[in-house]
Write a protein that binds this ligand. Structure first.
Ligand SMILES: [Fe+2]
Ligand SMILES: [Fe+2]
Length: 280
């Protein structure tokens, strides 16, 4: 019987465009004084806007796979860059005094050393697992933001981004299945990449993105680990009740291809664990 997972996800026409977002209808009063929202959105706009660098590194890894290369170039990169542009426009519309470009330039200078091609996983199947973890992380983040957004235009925007991220996960998972057949990684190797990637998710990039947004917004003040802890405390508070834990854990478990009953047993345990990690 054919495995339904091996079927290629359908590429629908691009579902939304930045011009369709009603930036002129933003209810400023609902969000303008929310500092944590400012930092979350500015940080997300920086990380998304650096996607050309990640695409470049991944293209080098997948060069002789025409389908993957085409998808990365024509679909993944333009969508990630659109996320960056749309979030930037939202931030600049609500907080016009913020010098986005200067903060982004600072972030690029700080973060580029962490994005070297040699930091990719050694095989394609394992790199696809790592990509699934990243897309699970972004799907979970935007799912959370969509749930708790205080402002309707933002709710629409992060909802669109969330759907794109879930689509990216499905594609990377499809490529994982293809390379799993060829490279046959063990479950242990897959679990190792999952654990390792979960340990670093959102660490350097989130810290450096918030730091650069903070220092440009507060001239003369140095960003400290305590400032980041305060930010994480509020964000963790949001996540405690509204983070999509079940979806996230299911997406993470999928590349392990565990038998159904083990998956069902692992799910509640891992959800408890995920709550401790996301919102300690
Ligand atoms: Fe994105
Ligand atoms: Fe993505």
């Amino acid at each position: 019987m054919p495995d339904p997972d091996t079927h290629l996800p359908i590429v629908a026409p691009h579902p939304w465009l930045i011009d369709q977002i009603a930036f002129d209808c933003i209810a400023h009063e609902r969000i303008v004084s929310e500092d944590t929202w400012f930092y979350v959105l500015a940080a997300a706009s920086f990380v998304e806007s650096l996607s050309d660098l990640y695409t470049h590194n991944l293209l080098g890894h997948m060069e002789d796979d025409p389908e993957a290369s085409q998808w990365l170039r024509e679909r993944w990169e333009p969508e990630e860059l659109q996320h960056g542009r749309a979030l930037r426009r939202y931030v600049e519309t609500v907080w016009p005094a913020f010098d986005w470009q200067t903060a982004f330039d600072g972030f690029c200078a700080d973060y580029r050393p962490y994005c070297k091609p040699e930091l990719l996983e050694p095989t394609r199947a394992l790199e696809m697992v790592a990509r699934c973890v990243v897309e699970t992380g972004t799907s979970g983040l935007y799912g959370l933001l969509q749930q708790i957004s205080p402002e309707p235009v933002l709710t629409t925007l992060v909802g669109h981004i969330r759907s794109d991220e879930v689509g990216h996960y499905k594609y990377f998972y499809h490529f994982f299945l293809r390379y799993r057949e060829i490279e046959r990684p063990s479950r242990w190797q897959v679990a190792h990449v999952l654990r390792q990637r979960l340990g670093v998710i959102g660490q350097e990039d989130a810290y450096l993105a918030v730091k650069n947004a903070f220092e440009v917004r507060n001239p003369g003040r140095k960003f400290s680990p305590e400032d980041f802890q305060r930010f994480q405390h509020t964000a963790g508070h949001w996540a405690r009740t509204d983070y999509p834990y079940e979806m996230t854990v299911k997406m993470l478990l999928r590349p392990l291809r565990l038998p159904g009953f083990i998956n069902r047993m692992a799910l509640p345990l891992l959800m408890r664990q995920a709550r401790r990690v996301v919102a300690p």
